[in-house]
Ligand binder design. Structure first.
Ligand code: ATP
Length: 229
């Protein structure tokens, strides 16, 4: 996985010497994996960069957040926690995905600025990108993906997605092997989103066409302009 991450970093010029990277850590398997890989790679890559983990505590109840926070601290990762209630007290009803992610992003940007970070790394992986392509096609009527490297605020900040070439099943296996104290998805909307619908479509098609995920991913690298409307 580290090799795939290295390839994605090189292909998209995601990390440069002197970068300070804020890694968004939700407590899920993807961002815990991302944090470990970026942290460990610093030992052998020929450039120097700093890593800071940030958890935005969105205020959902019934969390197992304490366990993963303790784990990060014990493992020696520098960690910041910012509380930003989106539901219940201090939040808004009904809770929507837009409201939740808008707030999370705002806090990530604010904390990046406050901590002098020029990159924000998110744990989106290949499956997330493929699902986004289909979601945008089916529900938004447009052809677009999730950029592995995205410029924000006229280049002041970049969002990077170093797991862009890594499949979710690889991450799941790694997270189990590493015994990460994963604190599952705490979102009350989980499983009822457009993403869940698209995930099921891909899984169904994959039963008879195993290469479908890679094909969807590759499709946005091979646009045939002469066949567009
Ligand atoms: N509460 C949070 N605090 C900080 N970063 C977050 C938080 N929630 C999500 N992120 C960041 O945004 C990415 C995408 O969020 P999403 O909710 O889609 O999570 P996910 O795909 O389930 O990943 P994970 O397994 O890391 O939770 C995460 O991988 C993480 O980097």
């Amino acid at each position: 996985m580290s090799k795939k991450v290295g390839r994605a970093i090189a292909d998209y010029g995601m990390i440069e010497d002197g970068d300070k990277i804020l890694v968004g850590v939700s407590g899920g398997k993807d961002s815990l994996t991302l944090l470990k890989i970026l942290w460990d790679r610093r030992v052998f890559v020929p450039i120097h960069y700093d890593v800071l983990a940030l958890h935005v505590d969105l205020g959902f109840t019934g969390t197992k957040q304490e366990a993963f926070r303790r784990y990060l601290e014990t493992e020696g990762y520098p960690l910041e926690v910012r509380r930003q209630a989106v539901a219940g007290e201090g939040g808004r009803e009904p809770l929507t995905c837009f409201w939740c992610s808008w707030n999370r992003r705002r806090v990530l940007f604010e904390e990046a600025k406050k901590n002098g970070c020029n990159k924000i790394a998110l744990g989106h992986h290949k499956d997330d990108i493929v699902e986004t392509i289909l979601m945008n096609l089916l529900f938004e009527g447009e052809i677009s993906a999730m950029a592995p490297k995205q410029e924000m605020f006229k280049g002041e900040l970049h969002i990077i997605r170093p797991l862009a070439y890594v499949e979710e099943r690889e991450i799941s296996r790694f997270a189990r092997l590493m015994e990460f104290p994963v604190c599952g998805c705490l979102c009350p909307q989980a499983g009822r989103t457009q993403r869940a619908v698209v995930k099921k479509i891909i899984a169904d098609v994959q039963k008879t066409a195993p290469g479908v995920k890679s094909n969807i991913f590759r499709s946005l690298q091979r646009i045939k302009k002469e066949y567009l409307l």
